[in-house]
Design a protein around this ligand. Sequence first.
Ligand SMILES: *[C@@H]1O[C@H](CO)[C@@H](O)[C@H](O)[C@H]1NC(C)=O
Ligand SMILES: *[C@@H]1O[C@H](CO)[C@@H](O)[C@H](O)[C@H]1NC(C)=O
Length: 157
Amino acid sequence: MSFTSRLLCVIIVLNVLFLTWSDPNISKADSHKFLYIMDPYVVHITNAEIDNLMVHCKSNDDDLGDKNLILDESFEWHFRQNFLFTTEFFCTFRSVTPYIDRVIKSTFVTVFDTYISAILCSQEDPGNCYWSVRDDGFYVSKDNKTFPDGWIQRGKW
Ligand SMILES: *[C@@H]1O[C@H](CO)[C@@H](O)[C@H](O)[C@H]1NC(C)=O
Ligand SMILES: *[C@@H]1O[C@H](CO)[C@@H](O)[C@H](O)[C@H]1NC(C)=O
């Protein structure tokens, strides 16, 4: 490599590191990968209708752990897509009885992938993907309007 191209590489790497470190909301496991410089997203998951919902979401790099959502409760996480736009998040949803955690129904849904980010999430900065977990399945929306306005079903129990 010539001196100029080496210098260029160093500048690019420093720039990428700066961009990555300067965003406080990049999820922990993603922040050590300086290739995560692409569009930021926020995925929101709301328990709209389930008495007692357990949610466990992960990507290939990130495990968000078990979340217990009571009715009307939400959680969200921030991340950036990887360099190849192949970031995917999957969640296992379990409707459980309170206290003794007997599983009533359980399923697995892809909540973020290339298609969802391009078509079903908002294209702002950050892009928002709202999920509503309901008795008859899983709905996604760009803008969290009052159900069912703008909500698209994507996944069933
Ligand atoms: C980062 O997250 C905090 C707390 O969740 C929030 O108040 C803040 O606006 C976020 N910043 C950005 C740049 O998204
Ligand atoms: C979506 O909108 C509903 C109704 O206004 C609100 O209760 C809920 O907190 C919102 N969800 C998120 C994730 O912002």
